[in-house]
Design a protein around this ligand. Structure first.
Ligand SMILES: Nc1ncnc2c1ncn2[C@@H]1O[C@H](COP(=O)(O)OP(=O)(O)O)[C@@H](O)[C@H]1O
Ligand SMILES: [Mg+2]
Length: 249
């Protein structure tokens, strides 16, 4: 679904990705663990070409992402949705409107400017997506008044409404309390398995990773240290990712 091969990226003289291979498969939740600065966010950004990699290949739902430009790139990119640590919702718009924005790329440009007049089909799909994340009763609520966990679930509903095949989530629970974090991870695992999406999540909580991941990837200094089922990864291997120097964390 998302196939990253030999991905390399440098910033100046600093090699941040040193030949990364990652496969995100439908129906699977993959968790990436790794210290700050190890290149996790750079990988996610290169994987949907928000950043230009220096070398390697990215195939997203069969499209060679590095070989397309303009409209073809925009179309291909719509197969993936990003979920960030701080939720990018339009705060004064309702939950429903924010979810519907996920579908707007499909509309002719002029229509997409009048965001209050969504076609019925998109309205219905947005409501369905909100229901899917357990927030049907919040459809009319302004995004600014949602809790952090609810806002993150709205972001996931937006990805569903976009009909993305892949969700890439960069520390989506970093600013949430443990209960909300658990709910968001549980939801991501659920949409992976039941909607057959490929989901890749960057986390800093090994225990959450173990509970929900189908696959654990350890990122160490721009390389992959391991990529296996959670039960086959030792705690010591995870600890090694973070080194023994507290100042580095
Ligand atoms: N746009 C950029 N320009 C220069 N250096 C960058 C840029 N983005 C990230 N870096 C550097 O690349 C390294 C990896 O960053 P990042 O991918 O954000 O790590 P992580 O998400 O694992 O914490 C860091 O050393 C960071 O400072
Ligand atoms: Mg990061």
């Amino acid at each position: 679904m998302l196939e990253v091969r030999g991905l390399q990226k440098r910033f100046g003289s600093r090699e941040v990705l040193r030949g990364i291979d990652v496969s995100v498969r439908p129906g699977e939740l993959t968790v990436v663990l790794g210290a700050n600065g190890s290149g996790k966010s750079t990988l996610l950004r290169c994987a949907i070409r928000l950043l230009e990699p220096d070398d390697g290949s990215v195939a997203l739902c069969g499209t060679d992402l590095l070989g397309v430009r303009g409209d073809a790139l925009r179309q291909a990119r719509r197969r993936a949705a990003m979920v960030f640590q701080s939720v990018l919702l339009v705060r004064r718009r309702s939950a429903l409107e924010n979810v519907a924005f996920g579908a707007l790329g499909e509309l002719p440009l002029r229509q997409s400017f009048s965001t209050r007049l969504f076609p019925n089909e998109i309205r219905a799909r947005s409501l369905e997506s909100l229901a899917r994340v357990g927030l049907a009763d919040r459809a009319g609520q302004r995004a600014a008044t949602l809790s952090g966990g609810q806002a993150q679930r709205v972001a996931i509903a937006r990805a569903l409404c976009q009909q993305a095949s892949v969700i890439l989530a960069d520390e989506p629970v970093a600013s949430l309390d443990p209960k909300a974090a658990d709910a968001v991870l549980s939801l991501l695992a659920d949409v992976a398995r039941n909607e057959r999406l490929g989901v890749l999540v960057v986390l800093h909580q090994p225990e959450l990773a173990r509970r929900y991941a189908d696959r654990l990837i350890g990122f160490l200094d721009g390389r992959i240290a391991f990529d296996r089922a959670p039960h086959a990864v030792d705690d010591a291997e995870i600890e090694m990712l973070y080194g023994d120097d507290d100042d580095e964390r």
